[in-house]
Ligand binder design. Structure first.
Ligand code: PLP
Length: 397
């Protein structure tokens, strides 16, 4: 986008790249992180420049130094040809899909996909004449049996939302590419730090940067990274749709990158410790967290990921009543009931996959709860949960 004089950081490790990538203090009067540029009009010095559009930035919607810094660092971390930013994670999903599909296409989508992605497929894509077929996320190379000549793309998300099934991305990508299809991966859980989606075969890698990248639950932002083959069409789709994230949110996400390694290092340890702690509790029948050897998909996580984040789900023993669960959740002091994740504070949400699955029936008994482990001290979180379990047992059956 611009010919910024930023530091080439490609030879450094990822933690260093997060700190030094896409900073150009010389161009910013020495300010250490690229500041917020707000603006629509950008002044051209003369008619010749206006006519040739020979400027690094020509209109605020198309790019600003803040946008270029965020997108450049995103692409750098994903090993991508380029990246776009979007005003939300969901907008990253929809823009990525729209950059690939046309009327008459068929697409394959994992059955445990993020709920709003599913809604987009079932409404807008359907109206556009794009047919969605959901598939068992654990299908692996068997996806061959679902491929049709008009299968434009295979959508993946690993682990999948809420139920955390892992997908064999290299196997799926291999089959998809042999059939001339494109692979999209929602990598919001793995982040560029723990899963190299493009390196494992995805053509487009989607991030709800709202979560771990922005990292403070105060910003909505998304990103899509593309390999060489898809970059042109992704970029032109963003421009044609007029999608641009707010410069304030881009700045917050860029700032999030700078501290992301230390947050993720801590959260991966915290997530594992809490998941192990849940595994030892008699109230819990199952912990769904691919970094636990007893969890389904562990071998894929171990093979393909370099870390695990701090979001997982648990299944309560089926003996507890709805009233008891209500008392447990309502009384929690540190775990708040709230959507989303990736910020500083711990969260919990009850969920029931029965109604949002069409391929793999959800037959597990017992209330499912999704936990996001934040940055609090783990002993305090455990105490909060222990008291919650006491309320669970105390409630009349
Ligand atoms: C939250 C989430 C999104 C959407 O992100 P928003 O910024 O909330 O729009 C997309 N995919 C996954 C897997 C998510 O968890």
């Amino acid at each position: 986008m611009s010919s910024e004089d930023h530091h080439d950081v490609s030879r450094f490790q990822v933690g260093t790249r997060l700190i030094h990538g896409r900073r150009a203090p010389k161009e910013q009067f020495g300010f250490i992180n690229t500041p917020i540029y707000r603006g629509s009009s950008i002044i051209h010095p003369d008619l010749e420049t206006f006519e040739t559009a020979d400027l690094p930035y020509i209109y605020g919607r198309k790019g600003t130094p803040t946008m270029a810094a965020f997108e450049g660092l995103m692409a750098e971390l994903d090993g991508a040809a380029g990246a776009i930013s979007t005003p939300s994670g969901l907008c990253a999903v929809t823009t990525a899909i729209l950059s690939c599909v046309s009327t008459g296409d068929h697409i394959l989508v994992n059955d445990n996909v993020y709920r709003c992605t599913r809604e987009f497929c079932d409404t807008i894509l359907k109206r556009m004449g794009v047919e969605t077929k959901y598939y068992d996320p654990t299908i692996g190379a068997e996806i061959q049996s679902l491929m049709r000549p008009e299968t434009r793309l295979v959508y993946t998300e690993t682990p999948g939302s809420h139920t955390m099934e892992m997908q064999d991305i290299p196997a799926i990508a291999d089959i998809a590419h042999k059939n001339g299809s494109i692979v999209l991966t929602d990598n919001s859980w793995g982040t560029p730090l723990f899963f190299d989606a493009l390196g494992k075969g995805a053509d487009l890698c989607i991030h709800a940067a709202t979560k771990y990248i922005a990292g403070h639950s105060d910003t909505l932002i998304g990103a899509v990274s593309a390999n060489e083959r898809l970059w042109g069409q992704l970029k032109s789709t963003r421009e044609a749709l007029g999608i641009c994230a707010s410069p304030d949110d881009l700045f917050l996400a860029l700032r999030g990158f700078r501290t992301m390694r230390v947050r993720m290092d801590y959260l991966s340890r915290a997530g594992l410790e809490m998941a192990q702690w849940f595994s030892g509790r008699p109230e819990i029948s199952q912990v769904l967290y691919p970094a636990l050897p007893a969890s389904p998909g562990y071998h894929l996580w171990k093979r393909d990921f370099t870390g695990a984040s701090s979001l997982f789900s648990v299944i309560l023993q089926p003996t507890f009543t709805a009233q008891a669960i209500k008392e447990m959740l309502n009384g929690l002091e540190l775990f708040s009931l709230g959507l989303s994740w990736g910020g500083f504070a711990s969260l919990v949400t009850p969920f029931n996959p029965v109604n949002h699955r069409t391929v793999v029936k959800w037959c597990t008994l017992g209330q499912a709860l999704r936990f996001y482990i934040g940055l609090e001290d783990l002993s305090d979180l455990k105490n909060d949960l222990e008291k919650g379990f006491e309320r669970l047992h105390a409630a009349p059956t």
